[in-house]
Design a protein around this ligand. Structure first.
Ligand SMILES: [Zn+2]
Ligand SMILES: [Zn+2]
Length: 138
């Protein structure tokens, strides 16, 4: 419940008053009554309030920044894709891409395996693999 902060309107001869907060006008006989929707506050109070608001916002901002940092870090942390031979490759690395294109077999395994060359037919997986190698510029 806030009362109006009535003050006399300077230089007015009608005995008028005005609320310094909500600017509602009245007279000495009938000043603004009821609850003031915008209570008058001294400048030092307004300043203190605005500083407190700023501080709260800054804390909020810092928390948000920290949250973004945490998200960025967890996103940057690479997952490892493991091959049956025990070789691990960081997700999004060339090695992981190689494994994805070769049914989960890493490039080290692939090098150890004998290559089956076919002159008349390229199996689907080999075709994919060739495309993969071509796009990766090997
Ligand atoms: Zn008022
Ligand atoms: Zn392997």
């Amino acid at each position: 419940m806030s009362k109006h902060s009535n003050e006399a309107v300077e230089g007015d001869d009608g005995g008028l008053v005005i609320c310094r907060g909500c600017k509602t006008r009245g007279t000495y006989a009938e000043p603004p009554s009821g609850e003031c929707p915008a209570p008058y506050k001294p400048e030092r109070v307004l300043l203190a309030e605005s500083l407190a608001r700023e501080k709260a916002l800054q804390l909020h901002l810092n928390a948000a920044d920290q949250r973004i940092d945490e998200l960025t870090q967890s996103k940057a942390e690479p997952e490892t894709v493991w091959c049956a031979c025990g070789d691990g490759h960081a997700a999004n690395s060339y090695g992981a891409g190689f494994m994805a294109a070769n049914s989960g077999v890493c490039e080290n395994c692939d090098a150890a395996k004998p290559r089956v060359e076919s002159s008349h037919e390229i199996p689907g997986t080999s075709g994919m693999r060739l495309n993969m190698l071509a796009t990766q510029g090997e």
